[in-house]
Design a protein around this ligand. Sequence first.
Ligand code: CA
Ligand code: CA
Length: 388
Amino acid sequence: MTLRSTRRTKVFASWRSVPSLVWQIALGVGVVVAVWALCRLAEMPAERRPGTFFLPTVAHPFQPKETAPAGMVWIPGGEFSMGCEDPRRKPFGGPDSMADARPVHRVSIDGFWIDTTEVTNRQYAEFVEATGYQTVAERTPLAADFPGAPPENLVAGSIVFSPPREKVPLDNHFLWWAYMPGANWRHPSGPNSTLKEHDTHPVVHIAYEDAEAFAAWAGKRLPTEAEWEFAARGGRSGAVYPWGNEFRPDGRWMANTWQGAFPIQNTGADGFTGLAPVARFPANAYGLFDLSGNVWEWCSDWYQPNAYTAAGPTAGGVLRNPTGPLESFDPQEPGQNKRVLRGGSFLCSEQYCARYIVGTRGKGEISSGCSHIGFRCVQTALKDSAAP
Ligand SMILES: [Ca+2]
Ligand SMILES: [Ca+2]
C-alpha cells in the first residue's frame, strides 16, 4: 500500500467517526444558507445579479455633425448586453420563458438615427400619394401563389383582431384572428372603417415589403434587431422595460398594452382599448415613444429561435453590428419566412404575451400585415459621425 492510499484510508476512517447528528446539522445549515442566497439573488436588480451577463452599456462618445433628420434622434451606439432573462417569476412577466432571447450576449453597434415614433397613417399616406404604392393587403392574391385555393377566396384583405364572445383556451390564436376581405392600412378594422381622426395613429396592416418600400422612399431603412434593442434600452442595462424595472412606476401607465381577461375583455385601463395615437405615453431615456406596446415593429433580421446561440461566441466575445441569420427558420411553422418583430402591441398582456419586455423577441410572416403590426425606421449616419 502506498503512503497516499494509507493516508486516504485514515481520513476516511476519521470521517466515519463523526456522529451522524453533526452531519445532519451541517446539512441543515447548508440548505438554509443556500435558500437565503437564492432569495437575495432574486431580489437583486438584473444589472447587479451575478452570472446573468448584463454588463453596463458603454455608449460611443461620438456626436453626429449633420443636422438631425425630422422626427429622428441620434442613438450613440456602443457596446451593450442584448437579450433577456426568463421573466416568468417577475410581476407582469407572463407565461413564456422567452428562450429565444438567450443567451444574453455582448453586442457592439455603430450609432444611427431613429424615428422617435412608430410611422403614422399621415406619414404613410404621404408616401402612397407620392409613389402610388399599393400595399400587399390591397393586392388581389394571385392563384399561382396559392395553388388549389378556390377563386372566391382570392380576395384582397388582411388579418384583423376579432375577439370571441366567450372565454377560449389561449393556445390557439386562430380563435381571435380573422382574415377580413377589404381590411388594409386605409381600412384598419375592415372595409367600413376609415382613418378619420386617425392621422397620428400608427399605420397597420403593413407587410414587411410595405415597410421596406416606405423606408427606401424616405431615404431610411428598417432597424436591425440589435439596433432596435439598443435604442429601446435607452442605456439601462438589463432593465425589464424601456423605462426601468417596474411595469407601473408610481402607478403610471407607461405603454399601450392589454388590461382585462384576454382576449374577451379589454378594460382599457391604460386609456386605450385599441391603438393609441403615437407618443401618448412617456418616452424612454433616448426620447423614443411606444417601444413597448401599441404596434409591433418590423426589424430586418430573419427570425430563428436559436439565432443568439448560433451567432456566438466570437473573438473577444462581442458581436459587431449583427444582422441576424442568413435565412428564416421557425420550427413551429417551418414553411414560412419570418422576420423579427419587436416590442409587443396593444394586445399584449401578462396572461398571453409579455413581449412588451424589452429584450424579448417576436416574429412575423413577411407577407402578412395585421391590425397590430407597424414599424419605425432608422437612418445610417454620415461616415465621419457613426463610429470610431
Ligand atoms: Ca390598452
Ligand atoms: Ca411599438
